[in-house]
Design a protein around this ligand. Structure first.
Ligand code: NDP
Length: 433
């Protein structure tokens, strides 16, 4: 905290992990002797750079680019790029730190990293997005490589942006090196199911959580916050499994529909960069659009925060408890504040942390890297099965680790301890580097 006093999100993420690791460190003093924690909290490399680009009016704009190469003890740095006006060093550091543990939990050879820019894609033309991506990659390319650092998408970065980034990488390096980015289009090295993977994987994880409590998703009402990539595919999978998503949100408010949200209509609205959920009723959707208030006021038995960090606070958690919620799982990264987590824990609500619950996206990115390395393309059924198996394994790992440390059902401890032991073990093996 003394080194970076203003990085509150990074401190929140580190604090949450260190607090839950106390029983692990008590049992393994060797980690303390080798200063593993001190090394783990300091990124291996932090890159910040200028991203100049020209808008449609011919005016030069300047944004800031970031890439945090956090930890490479298990594999190449791996983690998404976020384009959003709130992105700063604090944001990418907290996301990179979380990514290290998440990637370890997948069981794949992936280190952790994260990056992005304070560029706001909203309201920009395709040409502006392309010129921005080209300028961003003009600097970033020198830090990437399929065995070095492999970015993917995140908020504001989908397949279109990955395409522009990849095109510029190829132009600069004169190499079709598909393993250098994931989230690519299917015809140029992308993987089946990558777009769906985080949302689908989240729902697989929730199913496992409910099975562990002797119950099912079928017939349950679910609230999903956000209406981007993770939220939309989580909603699709929930509907396939017989649950009903009764509310979804975006930065303008939320929709409530007792009979269920029409996810095709949400996807159609959100496919336009300026699309807002308040258009839903006017476009024939049967739901009420609410501005102000909180999506967590809608009663549900399962709640999935899938928008952004710290979106579920103590008031929201108290509303969920009043509404009869039995399980919360994080589709977004760190959407639950520490106060909210305390409220949920006190009420006995099962809680799946993002490191475990939303790891399906990066796991499928790992499968995309394997296909690229083998110049191969696997079919959808095979990847679907691998994703379901990976999520079930992550759930088992978290559950068994929590039990081993005397805290059955504590997925936060289970995820942090299991991820930490893998990364710390590799760091010890590789010496003081
Ligand atoms: P998208 O950009 O596709 O969607 C983000 C959604 O969250 C939008 O509905 C957006 O609303 C809303 N949102 C974003 N920022 C805010 C904010 N400050 N306040 C309120 N609403 C906000 O992103 P993704 O779905 O890809 O990512 C969502 C979360 O999931 C992030 O935390 C991301 O890190 C995490 N995640 C994503 C993975 C992936 O594979 N995509 C993998 C693992 C985690 P609006 O449209 O109005 O801006």
């Amino acid at each position: 905290q003394q080194r970076d006093p203003h990085q509150r999100w990074f401190h929140q993420a580190v604090h949450e992990v260190l607090e839950s690791l106390e029983p692990v460190l008590d049992r393994h003093p060797e980690y303390g002797h080798a200063q593993v924690l001190e090394r783990l909290c300091e990124p291996e490399r932090q890159i910040t750079f200028r991203v100049p680009w020209t808008d449609d009016a011919g005016t030069v704009q300047v944004n800031r680019g970031f890439r945090i190469e956090f930890n490479s003890s298990l594999g190449p740095y791996k983690g998404g790029l976020r384009f959003h006006p709130t992105v700063d060093l604090d944001t990418v550091k907290f996301l990179g730190f979380e990514q290290v543990f998440k990637n370890a939990l997948t069981g794949l050879p992936l280190g952790g990293g994260k990056g992005g820019s304070d560029f706001d894609p909203k309201g920009k033309s395709d040409g502006e997005i392309m010129r921005f991506c080209q300028s961003f990659m003009t600097e970033l390319h020198r830090h990437l490589g399929d065995r070095t650092d492999v970015p993917a998408g995140d908020i504001g970065v989908g397949q279109r942006e990955i395409g522009y980034l990849f095109g510029q990488y190829k132009r600069i390096t004169n190499r079709f090196e598909s393993g250098v980015l994931t989230g690519k289009g299917l015809h140029w090295g992308g993987s089946e199911l990558r777009a769906e993977a985080t949302g689908y994987g989240l729902v697989h994880f929730v199913q496992e959580m409910l099975h562990a409590r002797g119950t099912e998703l079928d017939g349950r009402n679910v609230v999903v916050s956000g209406s981007g990539n993770v939220a939309i595919y989580a909603t699709r999978k929930l509907h396939q499994l017989g649950a009903t998503v009764v509310a979804m949100s975006d930065s303008t408010g939320y929709l409530v529909a007792e009979s269920g949200i029409d996810v095709d209509l949400v996807e159609e609205i959100k496919s336009s960069r300026s699309g807002r959920l308040d258009e839903y009723p006017a476009r024939g959707g049967r739901a009420e659009h609410v501005t102000g208030g909180s999506v967590w006021d809608v009663p549900c038995s399962v709640a999935l925060p899938c928008a952004t960090q710290n979106e579920l606070d103590a008031d929201g958690a108290a509303a969920l408890v009043r509404g009869g919620t039995i399980a919360v799982a994080e589709g977004a990264n760190m959407p639950t504040t520490p106060d909210a987590l305390a409220v949920l824990s006190e009420a006995g609500v099962a809680f799946g942390p993002g490191k475990a619950a939303n790891a399906g996206g990066v796991a499928t990115s790992g499968l995309e890297m394997q296909q690229n390395a083998a110049l191969d393309a696997w079919d959808r059924d095979y990847i679907d099965k691998r994703l379901a198996d990976i999520m079930a394994d992550i759930h088992t790992t978290c559950q068994q680790t929590a039990e081993a440390f005397g805290a059955p059902g504590n997925y936060v401890l289970g995820a942090n301890a299991a991820g930490f032991r893998k990364v710390a073990g590799a760091m010890l093996d590789q010496g003081v580097v």
